[in-house]
Design a protein around this ligand. Structure first.
Ligand code: DGL
Length: 260
């Protein structure tokens, strides 16, 4: 069992940011990454649709023999992870906007959260956000349109720059000093955001924490791969292969298209 792959899914290529962290921390593990780009974005879809897509992705990864599943999507985690945990016996790792680390680090007592509509409207997000809203100002912003631009290879485009400028404006007016990236696609915006934000604003995402948690859960379930050869990494996409390869750059993973 321990040499079986880790399954990872996202509504598209965003979760590759999580895959990179997992691969870096656990190079001996094999991985199967499923990019459901055909159905991206998940953010504007309702909870039921997000749950149905998450079940479909999970069942495909289980059919490929995965030993654990990383839901590398904030939108799928905040809407569907309870259902997944209740229905399948294997361990699941999820990702949620890192409000707590931002709240602990903020000196101005104002933080910004950029996430999808599906995440910001979820009960799980509300519960966490409420825990901190009495002690600091949480400026929530839907990142509408960002995922679509990334999924169509327009990460570095004028449209992206204009969208980001408009989304950051209310946050900067509120004097935020931490920006939480609440969607795995947004990790790829980091170099652009650094240019648009004053240098004292920290950009916070949860990729590394998810990788550490994946390792801890594998260990606790005696599922760590104890082989000494580097694992095989496969990326499956039902969208454009070139969008995946552009984000993988020199990383070692084979990319295949999939009718899904
Ligand atoms: N990467 C997904 C997330 O973390 C993007 C959601 C979407 O497809 O809208 O939320």
């Amino acid at each position: 069992m321990s040499s079986k792959p880790i399954g990872i899914f996202d509504s598209g290529v965003g979760g590759l940011s999580i895959w990179k962290e997992i691969h870096q921390l656990l190079p001996m593990e094999s991985t199967h990454y499923l990019s459901d780009s055909k159905n991206a974005p998940y953010g504007p879809k309702g909870r039921e649709a997000i749950i149905a897509l998450s079940i479909k992705n999970t069942e495909w990864l289980i059919s490929q023999g995965c030993k654990l599943i990383v839901v590398a999507c904030n939108t799928a985690t905040t809407n569907a992870i309870d259902t997944l945990r209740n229905n399948y016996a294997i361990p699941f790792i999820g990702i949620e906007p890192a409000i707590k680390p931002a709240a602990l680090q903020s000196k101005s007592k104002a933080i910004g959260i950029l996430a999808t509509k599906g995440t910001l409207s979820s009960q799980l997000f509300h519960k966490t956000s409420q825990l901190y809203s009495s002690e600091l100002l949480v400026v929530e912003q839907e990142g509408n349109g960002i995922v679509e631009l990334i999924e169509t290879g327009r990460l570095h485009s004028t449209e992206m720059l204009q969208l980001l400028q408009s989304y950051l404006k209310p946050m900067l007016e509120a004097n935020i000093d931490c920006l939480v990236l609440g969607c795995t696609h947004y990790h790829f915006l980091t170099p652009i955001l650094k240019q648009l934000l004053p240098s004292h604003v920290k950009i916070i995402d949860s990729g590394e924490a998810v990788a550490r948690q994946t390792k801890a859960v594998l260990e606790a379930n005696q599922l760590l791969n104890n082989k000494t050869i580097v694992g095989a990494n496969k990326v499956y996409t039902n969208g454009e292969k070139s969008v995946v390869t552009a984000l993988l750059s020199s990383e070692t993973a084979s990319v295949q298209t999939l009718e899904f």
